[in-house]
Design a protein around this ligand. Structure first.
Ligand SMILES: [Zn+2]
Ligand SMILES: [Zn+2]
Length: 358
């Protein structure tokens, strides 16, 4: 099939999500992203959800057609995927749209449209690396979470609330919590600029791990990418079950072909299943707890049960976790990369004996 190149194609930005670039091309023709893919494949296959899926799962046939229609090299298209392309990291991708308010403001003033950054799609990214502010997932006007999305407007790619229908953007008089010097976040964490730096460091390493790159530093003796991802998954499960924090049901609909049985697949609970504030909390606690296994004294704090302010480290986390969850974590830690697992088991043993500094 010969594909006629599209007459207007904006170039992808280096840090743009593939789904966002397709959405911006589609907006030029007043289409949704999936409908543009239907067009470039000659209307002969279903493309429902295909644009979002391309962010983590390569589809060679579809991308050849897209490359021909846009005159953008397939390698350039592949490089927009920052966390692997075999679909194995799909559960680390958010199904809701999040954004950095400062990036949105810059985009609107410079180019009249908003492009989605690839890292906004990853559940392990909670802070904007450029502006160092917490990403947002709620409309500032109606405050509904997870109800904003990209849409096309007059040929441009916008970001708006599906409830109050207004574009996402700065609101006069709004003072973001992260603009204050210090405040209490999810799980009673005392959020400070220095904690933000620690969270950014772990966020960078998790992003590297998902993209198959090496970690910049070790996290409680954890040096390999796979071991770090496993440890974070285990700690996320502990915090989710200990706090019963609200999670998005991670049910992915796999590509279904006629003649095959249709079955939803339950995905593991990753940071992508959590609201942003809770995801920040899990990363912060994990970063402080893992770091403390290696270097003792910690300078970050949290208010357990909203009352006592204590140092946030592996010991206070193990004291705080319900016994059953702590024991489950011990059974997992035995399988962690050594000596990280052994170090955590030593902390758990001390806590169980009551032999820990209060
Ligand atoms: Zn930003
Ligand atoms: Zn709204």
């Amino acid at each position: 099939m010969t594909i006629v190149p599209l007459p207007i194609v904006p170039r992808p930005h280096d840090d743009e999500a593939l789904s966002s670039w397709i959405g911006r091309i589609a907006a030029r023709y007043d289409l949704e992203a999936d409908n543009l893919l239907t067009h470039v494949t000659g209307w002969n296959r279903s493309t429902v959800g295909a644009a979002e899926r391309l962010d983590y799962h390569k589809n060679a046939g579809l991308e050849v057609a897209l490359a021909q229609a846009t005159s953008v090299a397939p390698e350039t298209i592949s490089m927009l995927r920052i966390a692997g392309e075999d679909g194995s990291a799909s559960s680390w991708h958010r199904t809701t749209v999040v954004w950095c308010p400062d990036c949105v403001r810059d985009d609107l003033s410079k180019r009249r449209e908003v492009y989605g950054r690839a890292i906004w799609r990853l559940g392990c990214c909670v802070l904007c690396p450029q502006h160092q502010v917490l990403l947002e997932d709620a409309c500032r006007r109606c405050t509904f979470e997870g109800k904003c999305g990209f849409y096309c407007s007059d040929g441009f790619h916008g970001l708006a609330c599906r409830i109050c229908t207004r574009p996402v953007g700065p609101v006069r008089g709004w003072q973001a919590e992260e603009e204050r010097h210090e405040y209490i976040g999810a799980f009673g964490i005392c959020i400070t600029p220095s904690l933000n730096r620690l969270v950014l460091a772990l966020q960078r390493d998790l992003q590297a791990a998902l993209g198959g790159a090496k970690l910049k530093r070790s996290w409680g003796f954890t040096r390999s990418a796979q071991a770090l991802l496993s440890a974070i998954l285990d700690l996320t499960l502990c915090l989710v079950f200990a706090t019963r924090v609200r999670c998005e049901p991670r049910i992915l609909l796999p590509e279904w072909k006629p003649g095959q049985a249709f079955a939803p697949v339950s995905e593991p609970i990753t940071l992508a299943a959590l609201p942003l504030g809770a995801a920040y909390g899990v990363i912060a606690i994990a970063a402080a707890a893992l770091s403390s296994l290696e270097s003792g004294k910690q300078c970050h704090h949290w208010r357990i049960c909203g009352r006592t302010t204590v140092v946030m480290d592996a010991t206070s986390l193990m004291v705080w976790l319900p016994t059953a969850i702590r024991r489950w974590l011990r059974s997992r830690a035995i399988q962690w990369e050594q000596p990280a697992g052994a170090a955590l088991c030593t902390v758990i043993a001390a806590v169980e004996k009551g032999a820990y500094p209060s």
